[in-house]
Design a protein around this ligand. Structure first.
Ligand code: AMP
Length: 469
């Protein structure tokens, strides 16, 4: 199971304040990180309550649910759709009751050794209710809490986990944020008028009119108690491995991730794309929405006129949630319409962030040709996606990834583009401004920063194996 999700935790100073509403708004701002399920868990001074449901935040929560979740501290989660694991049991926060109390956990990321850990724990007598790696983390934590204080227990758990995890816990009246030692998935700290928060992206802080303090450091634990914050670096790795796909596609452009505004990065990518793959064209147009900022960069660098050619129906979910190929193709048509007068008789550059299976690009090139384009050059703001993600982006299997099996010319032929150009990995890394050794490029290079069971092509040079306390 792959979890690419959004998490938030808030602790307010005023004990009579209610945290459920701000968490609800924060989850709304993180909705792009997961549309399958949403949940909020709140501590009311006596115990922990949780409400979870399938669907968008607005579908899961109404006034009635929010009013029942009273208390000044809480956490929330939005879950990304993944085929086959779409059920309420896998939604979060996960509430674990044990002898000394209860812990609620929200997790963004994916462990690659969770099956192995689960087997070990089951061998020692633990009983599991799901196959979720979050439950594995919960079991490990409950065990370690019997031996250590909170920080040491979390440190001990971190030493056993391999993979990506940005975690938010509700432990008594504490909100705890933990980022994995490689900082694969994002997590940041925000200051609110009456407390502190941690969240997957800074847009959640903006939404609550807070101030972004900084990113949680890789391997760091952040504790928020009664609206006051303390931080401790629990585990250190020699270097981070931030997920490169967050910058390309996943994070919102108005978020600041590891100190960089995603919008600026995407404009840079578009600009480098224009340098690397110029085209003889009348207009440059984005594939909305993910191509917009890239197309702005392409336009600025190339001088080619920016003109929108496609309009998106914003009320249709992402095509990715459609479980089979024929429904996915219908969904693309439902989602997008052409602006014919902007297209007819023109040479067009279409810009998008990525090609995964190739379905979206093929359909759109088809539509744009059908609307009378003379030529359709496709420009992509990522290098070819050639390998699956095991570390928290639910992308596709290797068999489904079009670029895993075809050359650029092969993909160009399948999507029927006049020409196809992907930004180079070097260009992308330059646009992001983080050294390549500090990024996880697994989906683009097949080289992962941690050992992936069964993945033969991972290059050990890129692996990070030494961790210190
Ligand atoms: P595809 O049709 O499979 O080639 O999908 C490519 C489109 O899906 C691109 O336009 C991206 O904006 C979008 N996309 C890329 N990665 C993901 C992902 N992990 N989840 C959902 N959508 C994605």
């Amino acid at each position: 199971m792959h979890d690419a999700c959004g998490v938030v935790g808030i602790s307010l100073r005023d004990f009579s304040a209610s945290v459920a509403k701000p968490i609800y708004y924060a989850l709304h701002s993180l909705q792009h990180r997961g549309q399958e399920a949403a949940g909020i868990s709140v501590h009311d001074g006596k115990g922990v309550r949780v409400h979870r449901g399938m669907g968008l935040v607005s579908e899961v929560f109404g006034d009635a649910q929010i009013n029942l979740l009273r208390g000044p501290v809480g956490i929330g989660h939005v879950r990304y759709p993944t085929t086959g694991s779409s059920c309420l049991e896998n939604s979060q926060p996960l509430l674990v009751k044990y002898r000394d109390g209860a812990i609620a956990i929200a997790h963004n990321g994916n462990l690659v050794n969770s099956q192995e850990l689960q087997k070990q724990l089951e061998g020692a007598g633990d009983i599991f209710h799901s196959t979720s790696d979050t439950e594995v983390i919960a079991h490990l934590l409950v065990r370690e809490l019997q031996r250590y204080d909170l920080a040491d227990a979390i440190r001990a758990v971190m030493h056993r986990l391999v993979g990506s995890y940005s975690l938010v816990f509700l432990y008594g009246d504490l909100v705890i944020g933990v980022r994995d030692p490689l900082g694969i998935k994002p997590l940041c700290i925000g200051k609110l008028e009456n407390g502190y928060m941690v969240a997957s992206e800074s847009v959640a802080v903006d939404t609550l009119n807070g101030r972004l303090v900084r990113d949680v450091q890789p391997g760091e634990m952040v504790t928020i108690k009664s609206g006051a914050i303390s931080c401790e670096r629990l585990v250190r790795a020699p270097r981070p491995a931030h997920c490169i796909f967050e910058y390309i596609y996943f994070a919102r452009p108005d978020s600041i991730l590891d100190g960089r505004l995603v919008y600026d990065i995407r404009v840079n990518i578009g600009s480098i794309l224009a340098e690397e793959h110029p085209a003889d064209a009348d207009i440059v147009a984005p594939i909305p929405d993910s191509g917009i900022t890239l197309a702005v960069g392409y336009h600025q660098r190339s001088g080619t006129r920016y003109r929108e050619c496609l309009m998106k129906n914003r009320y249709v979910g992402r095509t990715f949630i459609m479980p089979d190929q024929s429904m996915r193709e219908t969904a693309v048509r439902l989602k997008m319409n052409t602006i014919r007068p902007n297209i007819e008789g023109k040479k067009i550059v279409l810009v998008d962030d990525s090609i995964v299976r190739g379905t979206t690009s093929r359909r759109i090139v088809d539509m744009v040709r059908g609307a009378g384009a003379k030529t359709v050059h496709v420009r992509i703001g990522s290098p070819p996606i050639i390998a699956p993600c095991y570390l928290g982006i639910d992308m596709a299997s290797r068999e489904e990834l079009i670029a895993a099996h075809k050359t650029v010319e092969g993909v160009e032929a399948v999507i029927d583009a006049t020409s196809l150009g992907y930004v180079s990995l070097e260009g992308l890394v330059k646009a992001i401004g983080i050294p390549i050794e500090h990024l996880c490029t697994g989906c683009l290079s097949g080289m992962y920063p941690v050992e992936i069971p069964g993945e033969e092509c991972c290059n050990s040079q890129r692996r990070i194996t030494e961790f210190t306390c």
